[in-house]
Design a protein around this ligand. Structure first.
Ligand code: FES
Ligand code: FES
Length: 141
C-alpha cells in the first residue's frame, strides 16, 4: 500500500528528526512569539520567529510542541517552509498545504491547523511589538 507508506515516511521523518526545535529570545524586539492550543485535543504549540526589520524576512524560527506526532511533524515542516519568507508570505500559509505535504488523514487535519494558527499568532505578536512594521507592510500592499 504505497499511499500508506508515503504518509508514514514523511510524518515519521519530521516526527523522529524534528527540525528547528527550541526557542529564541522573546525579549528580543525582532522576535515574535505564537502560542496556540488545539481546542479539539488540548495539544499546544509555541513558535518563535526572528524577523529582519529591514526586509521583513523570517531569518530564524524555532518551535516547541506538546502534542501528537502529526502536530510535531506539522510544526517541523512549518519551520522549514516559512524560513526565508516575508511576513506577508508567511501569513498566507494554509494548513491544507502542510496537511497535503505530510499526507495527513482527515482526522489529523486539526494538527496542521495548529501550525497555521501558530505562525499567524507569531506574526501578530511581532507586529504588536513593532507597530511601525505593520504600517510599512500595509502601505506596500
Ligand atoms: Fe492525543 Fe493530541 S490528542 S496526541
Ligand atoms: Fe491534536 Fe494532533 S491530535 S494536534
Amino acid at each position: 500500500r504505497p499511499a500508506t507508506r508515503q504518509y508514514h515516511e514523511k510524518v515519521i521523518d519530521h516526527y523522529s528528526r524534528p527540525r528547528n526545535v527550541g526557542t529564541l529570545d522573546k525579549k528580543d524586539q525582532s522576535v515574535g512569539e505564537g502560542l496556540v492550543g488545539a481546542p479539539a485535543c488540548g495539544d499546544v504549540m509555541r513558535l518563535h520567529i526572528k524577523v529582519d526589520p529591514e526586509t521583513q524576512v523570517i531569518s530564524d524560527v524555532r518551535f516547541k510542541t506538546f502534542g501528537c506526532g502529526s502536530a510535531i511533524a506539522s510544526s517541523s515542516y512549518l519551520t522549514e517552509l516559512v524560513r526565508g519568507m516575508t511576513l506577508d508570505q508567511a501569513s498566507k500559509v494554509k494548513n491544507t498545504e502542510i496537511a497535503q505535504e505530510l499526507c495527513l488523514p482527515p482526522v489529523k487535519l486539526h494538527c496542521s491547523m495548529l501550525a497555521e494558527d501558530a505562525i499567524k499568532s507569531a506574526i501578530n505578536n511581532y507586529y504588536k511589538k513593532n507597530p511601525q512594521a505593520k504600517q510599512t507592510n500595509l502601505a506596500g500592499t
